[in-house]
Design a protein around this ligand. Structure first.
Ligand SMILES: *[C@@H]1O[C@H](CO)[C@@H](O)[C@H](O)[C@H]1NC(C)=O
Length: 204
């Protein structure tokens, strides 16, 4: 499958990865080279059978395993694993940089979302602040990918999301935490969000 790590498209804040999931050869083609941050502490004398992306439950074969962790404040960048491939992490150092020119006015992001193929999965994780550079049009496009919170995203809110071009209902793969002085875990930012599970290979 084609795995496009597009890096940072909306300012320095919103990380976007588009995965094309129309190819059945995906599993055999990919050669993961990095372990996730949770993969380190395993007794070496034991043969531990780990699930893809180190998630707790194995995924059925008609789904892709995933794990998404949002950024922590403005310090630690987000982590994303999809089908046992770490697509984004601090270690990979592919966060917080990217196609900056295209981002200034959100044009590139907008065009990207408009031209995504039906069936393309989109993974997003906030880092620091997901909202400031999102205009209404971009929010609508994200909502069309199945997001329930795209319209509500505010300054330094935390948010993780998997959606897809062409899905009919709201995505069940979304978490949102408001930046709120009363409940923030960090000074100025809410708690880290984390979600893992299995996303259907065929979207509908
Ligand atoms: C996932 O990737 C790791 C290496 O990063 C590998 O050791 C493991 O066997 C893979 N798991 C599956 C189920 O393919």
């Amino acid at each position: 499958a084609h795995l496009h790590v597009l890096g940072n498209l909306v300012g320095l804040f919103l990380q976007i990865i588009a995965l094309s999931v129309c190819f059945s050869g995906f599993l055999s083609e990919t050669a993961p080279s990095l372990r996730g941050p949770l993969g380190q502490h395993v007794l070496s004398s034991l043969r531990v059978i780990r699930n893809k992306c180190n998630i707790k439950k194995a995924c059925p074969s008609n789904t892709f395993a995933f794990k998404i962790v949002s950024g922590a404040a403005n310090v630690i960048g987000p982590f994303m694993c999809f089908d046992n491939v770490t697509v984004m992490s601090n270690i990979k150092n592919n966060i917080g940089r990217g196609l900056n020119i295209a981002l200034v006015n959100g044009e590139f992001f907008k065009r990207l979302l408009v031209f995504l193929h039906k069936g393309t999965l989109v993974l997003m994780a906030a880092y620091d602040d997901p909202a400031t550079k999102l205009n209404d049009e971009a929010r609508n496009l994200i909502a069309e990918l199945g997001s329930s919170y795209a319209s509500k995203l505010g300054f330094r809110d935390n948010w993780i999301f998997i959606g897809g071009k062409g899905i009919k209902d709201k995505s069940p793969f979304e978490q949102y935490l408001k930046n709120d002085k009363q409940t923030n875990k960090y000074d100025g930012w809410p708690e880290v969000l984390e979600m893992e599970g299995c996303v259907p290979k065929k979207l509908d």
